[in-house]
Design a protein around this ligand. Structure first.
Ligand code: S3P
Length: 447
């Protein structure tokens, strides 16, 4: 699928289950590999990014079976059991793979290289390399980017105050902290996704004892507001994982916004992760006048889940900034599409991070939505959209960015005539089956 053609038409109706959460699927592979014992993970996301992590973990000597696409069985090697890879590890286009693995590999007793596609090698890596060096890691980058050449060694504990609210950086440091000689504390400037903490907590906070047999006064992982501390002295092993990965709200965002915008639609998205660190889009859409109802609320894989029921609504512009930006960092391409159909002005600020995602999402979202007739102005740290605009179908380009590709497909559902999205195959990096799910809901999609 390199070209996806979308036409506006019938309302979206029915229900769908979106694929498993990408962030959790990556972490399940890495934490399962470091566990003592066999981890069983269902609802795994078999998207390109997570398959890159799977390939890297296998190259590090971990046996991982995939009896069906969404199930992985990980035979953990234990905290000290990874093996030296024979070749550079290929992270393909996955920033999460490169940054989190940098943390794990910095503390091993072997050397390794993390590399990937040109798109990934353009993304900033100093944000993990510098704090890892402060822990004593021996890592060289290439002008602040990958490939990363890592000479594994024993790491030191310490305190880190992050300047960007990035779950990837926080997670890299906590994972490196498993191999440090003293506690690692990470202070975040904002509430980034907390899946690493939830999963690690489940793996280490069950039984805790000092290596010398004495009882510790605090569990190994302690969270105090935006500060997380991991004390490796109390962690001699990680428990294997038995979990069902919940649906990814960052994938649900596309059919959800589509149903809001296409008149007379009503859909339900089942089993979606509603972790507060990920639900910024729901808050923003509510402020714009949308009603997304959460039903069947429960818990899955240590995360809150719910079915999201959404029907079309008329939206008004809003302002997004501050901590909400971190809680919806992957949802801005599709929010921009929603904003083109909202009455008034939508202002996004404090979102400079968008410039270093799979593409510079401020530049690419603005350029591609303008081709459809949107009134959108780039800002240094965000964008301003004036609506509502009657979009007109055109040929647009995903620039190899999965979320931009899907956002443009949602725009195609409300644009007059036909919208052709070039380079659409990368959608499978995070949402394999996107086209089938949208067709199942009634979307006019052709590949
Ligand atoms: C992710 C964190 C976010 C997000 C990415 C996945 C993660 O990146 O954009 O898609 O799994 O930790 P940052 O931590 O760099 O903001």
């Amino acid at each position: 699928m390199s070209r996806l053609v979308v036409r506006s038409g019938a309302p979206l109706r029915g229900q769908a289950r979106v694929p498993g959460d990408k962030s959790i699927s990556h972490r399940a592979l890495m934490l399962g590999a470091l566990a003592d014992g066999v981890s069983h993970v269902t609802g795994f996301l078999p998207g390109g990014d997570c398959m890159a992590t799977l390939g890297c973990m296998r190259a590090l000597g971990v046996c991982i079976e995939q009896p069906d696409e969404t199930t992985v069985v990980i035979y953990g090697n234990g905290l000290r059991g990874l093996q030296r890879p024979d070749a550079p590890l290929d992270c393909v286009r996955s920033g999460t793979t490169m940054r989190l693995l940098a943390g794990i590999l910095a503390g091993q007793d072997f050397d390794s290289v993390l590399s990937g596609d040109p798109q990934l090698l353009r993304r900033p890596m100093r944000r993990v390399v510098e704090p890892l060096r402060a822990m004593g890691a021996d890592i060289s980058d290439t002008d602040g980017h990958g490939p990363l050449v890592i000479h594994g060694r024993k790491l030191h504990g310490g305190e880190h105050t992050l300047t960007v609210a990035s779950a990837q950086v926080k997670s890299a440091l906590l994972l490196a902290g498993l191999f440090a000689d003293a506690p690692t504390t990470v202070r975040q400037p904002g509430p980034s996704r907390d899946h690493t903490e939830r999963m690690l907590k489940a793996q280490v906070n069950g039984k805790w004892q000092m290596a010398n047999g004495e009882s510790a006064t605090q569990p190994p992982l302690v969270i105090d507001g935006l500060t997380v501390t991991l004390n490796p002295a109390i962690v001699d092993r990680l428990e294997p994982l038995k979990m069902v990965v919940p649906g990814d709200i960052s994938s649900a965002a596309f059919p959800l916004v589509a149903a809001l915008l296409v008149p007379d639609s009503e859909i339900a998205l089942l089993g979606v992760n509603t972790n507060w660190t990920r639900t910024g889009l729901l808050d923003v859409l509510a402020a714009m006048g949308a009603q997304v109802v959460l039903t069947n609320e429960g818990e899955q894989g240590g995360e809150p889940v719910a079915d999201l029921v959404v029907r079309s609504a008329s939206l008004s512009g809003t302002e997004v900034g501050g901590d909400t930006v971190v809680r919806m960092i992957d949802e801005f391409p599709v929010l921009a599409v929603a904003a083109t159909q909202a009455r008034g002005t939508t202002v996004v600020r404090d979102a400079r991070e968008l410039r270093v995602k799979e593409t510079d999402r401020i530049a690419t979202v603005v350029a591609e939505l303008r081709k459809l007739g949107a009134q959108i102005e780039p800002q240094d740290d965000g964008f301003i959209v004036t609506g509502p605009t009657r979009l007109r179908g055109a040929t647009v380009d995903s620039h190899g960015d999965h979320r931009l590709g899907m956002a443009l497909a949602v725009a195609g559902l409300v644009a007059e005539g036909e919208t052709a999205i070039e380079n659409a195959e990368r959608i499978a990096d995070s949402f394999p089956g996107f086209v089938g799910i949208m067709q199942g809901l009634g979307g006019d999609f052709t590949v």
